[in-house]
Design a protein around this ligand. Structure first.
Ligand SMILES: NC(=O)c1ccc[n+]([C@@H]2O[C@H](COP(=O)([O-])OP(=O)(O)OC[C@H]3O[C@@H](n4cnc5c(N)ncnc54)[C@H](O)[C@@H]3O)[C@@H](O)[C@H]2O)c1
Length: 166
């Protein structure tokens, strides 16, 4: 099972697992895009916001009905925090170009522009979501005393940068 796998890296991870012979279960926020990726791979689709514990529990109950052998959970669902913010993207591009030229750039990480709501959403999706999904996955894996959990990380978790500094 891969979270946030309707598109992007998650969908590509699902393709690799599928090519290796796995039956994949695709999670995403909305069912329709998750279904489209699952259909491509002959897998199943389940929808929920991973930051919501009740929805996550309900989703894993469904996963338990789909399979009695959950081998792997990939916690991939994530956000940059600047979705749709073209100004932030442009600032990131300019900062990267300045750094590539070896020029001193404005290394203010942008932290002063991050709202409390953006901070809380970042933590909710990445930290809460990883925990809630892992907790439910282990409930399914425990009877077989077998299973693996892979957590996606990012270099953006190691330093601040213009835009997604949260
Ligand atoms: N793209 C990169 O360069 C990069 C680099 C390092 C790490 N990452 C990490 O890899 C993961 C995937 O990144 P991507 O670039 O493929 O992103 P993306 O935006 O292309 O895809 C993310 C998917 O996650 C889904 N999603 C977002 N919030 C969700 C939630 N609360 N519940 C369920 N699904 C949710 C989105 O709908 C989307 O389909 C993220 O965790 C990201 O932090 C990305």
């Amino acid at each position: 099972m891969i979270t946030g796998a309707a598109r992007g890296l998650g969908a590509q991870i699902a393709r690799r697992f599928s090519a290796a012979g796995a039956h994949v279960i695709i999670n995403d926020m909305n069912l329709a895009p998750a279904k489209a990726t699952a259909a491509e791979l002959g897998g199943d689709a389940v929808a929920c916001d991973v930051s919501d514990p009740e929805s996550v529990a309900a989703m894993f109950a469904e996963v338990g009905r789909l399979t009695d052998q959950l081998d792997i959970l990939v916690n991939n669902a994530g956000i940059s925090g600047i979705e749709g913010d073209n100004d932030a993207r442009e600032r990131i591009r300019q900062t990267a170009e300045a750094l590539a030229r070896g020029e001193p750039s404005d290394l203010d990480s942008g932290i002063t522009e991050v709202t409390t709501e953006q901070w809380r959403r970042m933590i909710a999706v990445h930290l809460d979501g990883t925990f809630f999904c892992s907790r439910e996955a282990v409930r399914l894996m425990k009877p077989r005393a077998s299973g693996n959990i892979i957590n996606m990380g990012s270099i953006m978790g190691t330093f601040g940068r213009q835009g997604p500094s949260a």
